[in-house]
Design a protein around this ligand. Structure first.
Ligand code: HEM
Length: 466
């Protein structure tokens, strides 16, 4: 007789008065989340005084992600993020989201991504042409600048100089970290005090708003184009015929920049680190890029020849998913993993937690790109592998990100071997996104490829002098 496994619901031990588990989640987030499946498939924790349910079972995560009407956006993190990103795409409620997504989806169709790939190639060349044998640099910072330039130039069609990019990058870091801290450590009135940190956060928000407002004013004065900004400026409400306000457009652009650079930069940093630590993987990546590219810049036409490089990226996103946790809230009473949840219940799902379950991914701490050979996720329980989320709130930039990361990783590996300092270790930095923190790598020319970089015209030095 087959036994049907019973859903398990439990409560995490160790809640503090008032803060609940907020301190654990703040101080040791990945360890804390990884312990939760032992208490059940749906585990109650306290995010401050608010009880929140963490989804620890793949099938339940799938149900939550695909029934976006019952499990709508909301919960502690999004309530904080809304103060900055308004009711933009990831923040919008179910009904509003459908309309917004229809307006923005055309900017992410395959033909648009092919066009963006041209910008990606130019930016990759711009960066790698500055590299010289023996150059040691913080690769995480270099990748962050690269991906920020790519997303602003391609999706938003904004040309910005290095100084403006560095300014936006700094503001975004402060703002994303600020939102994260406000969500994880709900200290209420403290965040209204004029402390140094709070003033820094407010100033960064203001600077970002001013920068984006300037872009919108400029585009209103010079209409036209087929990019996302033009799409947003032309969008009209189905019922009222009203256009989007400047504030609505600003929120959408802020979110697109915010979601579209740190995520890809962090994934690429982890990829370079993991490749540097696994000689067998490095050898296979190098063999593939040598055969496919022979030292030139990768283009979308090369993607078919870069299957192992993509496997590496899939495995990196399994081990270190940049978007490591998100929240939802129930809009009506419902059941999940056998548990009845009243309307208004906050839920949290974490790709990191799901991706590190040994029942789903045997030996989960092992970096093994061959997990993705051939059939990929086929045969895997639904909801097990969710680096881009799922359902109709799935990342709108997933294909953009996959193409970008493959082209960047392949081109860099075709030209250089990137070597960490002797004895260096990985310090996973857990904030709004999962990152490597500073990652110092030294450029060593590759024997087989065109090590030494492309010989293009002299490029201006990066803002940090690298
Ligand atoms: C490795 C790169 C990336 C990862 C891991 C990632 C991950 C995610 C995840 C997990 C979600 C769903 C959040 C949820 O369930 O609440 C999401 C949504 C979103 N992402 Fe990404 N993302 C990446 C790159 C990008 C890029 C390049 C862009 C834009 C150019 C972007 C824009 C967005 C937007 C606008 C949403 C909200 C979608 C909606 O609610 O309809 N992301 N992303």
């Amino acid at each position: 007789m087959t036994t049907i496994p019973q859903p398990r619901t439990g409560e995490a031990p160790g809640a503090w008065p008032v803060l609940g588990h907020a301190w654990q989640l703040h101080s040791r987030p990945l360890e804390f989340l990884s312990e939760l499946p032992r208490y059940g498939d749906l585990v109650k924790i306290g995010m401050g005084p608010t009880p929140t349910y963490v989804v620890c079972q793949a099938e339940a995560a799938h149900r939550m992600l695909t029934d976006s009407r019952t499990f709508d956006k909301g919960g502690p993190f999004f309530d904080k993020a809304r103060t900055l990103f308004g009711s933009s795409l990831p923040m919008a409620g179910w009904r509003e989201h459908r309309w917004q997504r229809r307006q923005m989806q055309p900017a992410f169709q395959p033909d648009r991504i092919d066009a963006y790939a041209k910008v990606m190639g130019e930016e990759i060349d711009r960066l790698t042409s500055r590299w010289r044998p023996g150059l040691r640099q913080d690769m995480a910072a270099a990748l962050t600048r690269l991906t920020l330039r790519i997303v602003t130039r391609s999706v938003l069609a904004i040309e910005a100089d290095d100084e403006a990019v560095a300014d936006v990058q700094e503001c975004l870091h402060i703002v994303i970290d600020g939102i994260y801290q406000r969500a994880m450590l709900p200290l209420g009135p403290y965040y209204r005090l004029p402390t140094r940190g709070n003033r820094r956060y407010w100033r960064a928000c203001e600077r970002l708003h001013r920068a984006i407002d300037g872009i919108i004013a400029d585009r209103r004065a010079h209409p036209g184009g087929e990019d996302l900004v033009a799409m947003l400026l032309q969008a009209h409400d189905d019922d009222t015929g009203e256009p989007m306000t400047d504030v609505d457009v600003r929120d959408q652009l802020m979110v697109m920049i915010g979601a579209g650079f740190e995520t890809t930069a962090n994934t690429l940093s982890f990829a370079l680190w993991l490749i540097s630590q696994h000689a067998d993987v490095a050898a296979r990546v190098h063999a593939e890029v040598d055969a496919t590219l022979g030292g030139r810049t990768a283009t979308p036409a090369d993607l078919g020849g870069l299957t192992y490089t993509r496997q590496v990226l899939h495995e990196v996103m399994r081990m270190y998913p940049a978007g490591w946790f998100f929240t939802r809230v129930t809009t009506t009473e419902t059941t999940l993993a056998g548990h009845t949840l009243p309307a208004g219940t906050p839920l949290l799902y974490s790709a990191y937690l799901l991706h590190h379950q040994p029942e789903l991914f045997p030996d989960p701490e092992r970096f093994d790109p061959d997990r993705w050979a051939g059939k990929g996720t086929e045969g895997m329980p639904r909801g097990a592998h969710v680096p881009f989320g799922g359902g109709n709130r799935k990342c709108i930039g997933d294909q953009f990100a996959l193409v970008e990361m493959t082209l960047v990783l392949a081109t860099m590996c075709a030209r250089w071997k990137l070597v960490p300092d002797p004895g260096a270790t990985l310090n996973v930095k857990v904030r709004g996104t999962l990152g490597t923190g500073p990652l110092h790598l030294t450029c060593e020319p590759r024997g087989g490829g065109r090590g030494g970089g492309v010989t293009t015209a002299k490029a201006a030095p990066e803002p940090d002098g690298s």
